[in-house]
Unconditional design. Structure first.
Length: 386
């Protein structure tokens, strides 16, 4: 795993993506380039990470091998888009919901969780099943939908119906009229696994609509409507879908990705830690055991970062081993004391590196992230390299 060396530090680079600017692989590469400009004799081990959101398939493909199969699907508004699945030799398929349901697929004016659908995810799951997968692991995160997975179950053969027996339109708002289901899921015995580090339930104050709806374009009135609609949908799933667990609306993880977690649980699946799955696949624990310094990061290091995100998992594991951990981010709003308690030794912001918001630092961080990360990598090498 680590190259043999007599001198130099062992630096583990394991960032998440910088959402909207750089994938995790490019983040790590930029930091490594800057470090090597200053301390070329150190050993840098690059292990990009993902927690189930965008980049999940790419990170696992790099670690596990297997076949990456392109799959045509549709976006949250039903427009054609490209997706893919990763099929490994052990009969497992990996896919990410964001390829079909992602918020990044929508322009700001198109964000309306009352209307967006998870139907496109069903095309990815169907492709995985048709390729013989016995286990389908679905990375959840970055969604622009809030339909409780109604589109997903529809694509798999289970149609939500209104009182007149008609199929409901797509979108979360339409579920306010649901009274029953028609059909059975076409999974051919495959087991679904929701890879997520969100433990929110489907319903209520901490549920999908209340917590994540506003960032997807929901007004306060929309949130109330959607939460009520999802409550009705959950009741129908429990009543009409064999194997659906009782109390679906309150189960941990059900609120992930606009309620996709709940749909996967209703289909007999289970939730698993996305970051835990990825770190095991890439051999991160062994790399941490041998590291002298860990560098991780994400687009925004804020209060949500310490609730099951990549940075929290990496920093906690480094702390447990007595290894310093530095966070690089586009923006940093987490307090120093709070970060330190989670295992973060120090945190650096691209916005501040480029002069702060008042001096155009935000624009530079968004337009020149690789340049800033390379410069921060060099700065860290000067501070830390022996």
């Amino acid at each position: 795993m680590w190259p043999a060396t007599l001198l130099g530090m062992r630096v583990l680079l394991c960032p998440d993506k910088f959402a909207g600017t750089l994938p995790a692989q490019e983040v790590a590469a930029a930091v490594a380039e800057g470090w090597r400009e200053v301390a070329d004799g150190d050993d840098l081990l690059i292990r990009p990470l993902a927690d189930g959101g965008p980049g999940f398939v790419a990170v696992l493909a790099e670690a596990l091998g297997g076949r990456r199969v392109p799959v045509p699907t549709v976006d949250p508004l039903g427009r054609p888009t490209d997706g893919e699945i990763l099929v490994t030799d052990d009969g497992t398929a990996y896919l990410e919901s964001a390829q079909a349901c992602g918020l990044h697929l929508l322009a700001a004016a198109e964000r309306d969780p009352k209307a967006t659908t998870s139907y496109g995810l069903g095309a990815l799951v169907t492709a995985a099943v048709e390729h013989g997968a016995r286990t389908v692991v679905i990375g959840l995160g970055g969604s622009g939908t809030n339909d409780g997975g109604a589109g997903l179950v529809t694509a798999l053969g289970v149609t939500p119906l209104d009182e007149a027996g008609r199929a409901l339109p797509y979108g979360g708002a339409a579920l306010a009229a649901i009274v029953g289901l028609d059909g059975a899921p076409r999974l051919r015995g495959a087991t679904l696994v929701a890879a997520t580090d969100v433990d929110n339930p489907l319903l209520g104050l901490h549920g999908a609509s209340n917590v994540y709806g506003p960032q997807k374009g929901a007004t306060r009135e929309d949130v109330l409507l959607l939460d009520a609609a999802l409550e009705r949908f959950a009741g129908v799933l429990e009543k009409d879908l064999p194997g659906c667990p009782p109390g679906l609306g309150a189960l941990p993880g059900g609120g992930a990705a606009g309620g996709l977690g709940a749909a996967i649980l209703a289909l007999g699946g289970r939730c698993a830690s996305g970051i835990g799955l990825v770190t095991e696949a890439i051999g991160l624990p062994a790399a941490l055991d041998a590291a002298d310094l860990v560098i991780t990061g994400e687009g925004s290091f804020d209060h949500q970062s310490l609730r099951g995100k990549v940075v929290a998992g990496v920093a906690g594991a480094a702390r447990d081993r007595g290894v310093p951990c530095v966070v690089l981010a586009g923006q940093v709003s987490t307090g120093r004391r709070e970060a330190a308690s989670a295992g973060v030794t120090d945190a650096y912001s691209l916005v501040e590196h480029f002069g702060g918001e008042e001096r155009g630092g935000l624009d530079a961080a968004l337009s020149r992230p690789a340049e800033g990360l390379r410069q921060l990598g060099a700065r860290l090498a000067r501070q830390w390299s022996r």
